[in-house]
Design a protein around this ligand. Structure first.
Ligand SMILES: [Zn+2]
Length: 104
């Protein structure tokens, strides 16, 4: 299992990356974000392409919404679900934007 800490809006969050048994989380979940303990768990035992990255974005979005004071309900799933799918697309649009603006 890998463990490290990353500040999210200035608040250190402990990340634990591992399999279902190492993380001891519900098997129906791919990750968790505990805004009280400041801890994010991410499963790395699935074979679905890009799922790990989507789960990371999903759980980080929970922490951002909480630490940013926007949404304190940890069960709010719509925005994290949206961001986990859309963020990579937003990022690729930004890359195209950067490339295009340099060519002008
Ligand atoms: Zn969630």
């Amino acid at each position: 299992m890998k463990c490290f800490s990353i500040p999210i809006l200035g608040v250190p969050y402990k990340f634990k990356i591992g399999n279902l048994y190492e993380l001891n989380i519900d098997e129906s979940l791919q990750g968790t974000c505990d805004t009280y303990l400041k801890e994010i768990n991410i499963r790395d035992d699935n074979e679905i392409p890009n799922l790990l990255k989507e789960v990371v974005i999903h759980e980080i979005t929970h922490a951002l919404l909480y630490e940013g004071g926007l949404i304190t309900d940890a069960n709010e799933e719509k925005i994290p679900e949206f961001m986990s799918v859309m963020f990579p697309r937003i990022f690729s649009v930004l890359e195209e934007f950067d490339k295009s603006i340099k060519e002008c």
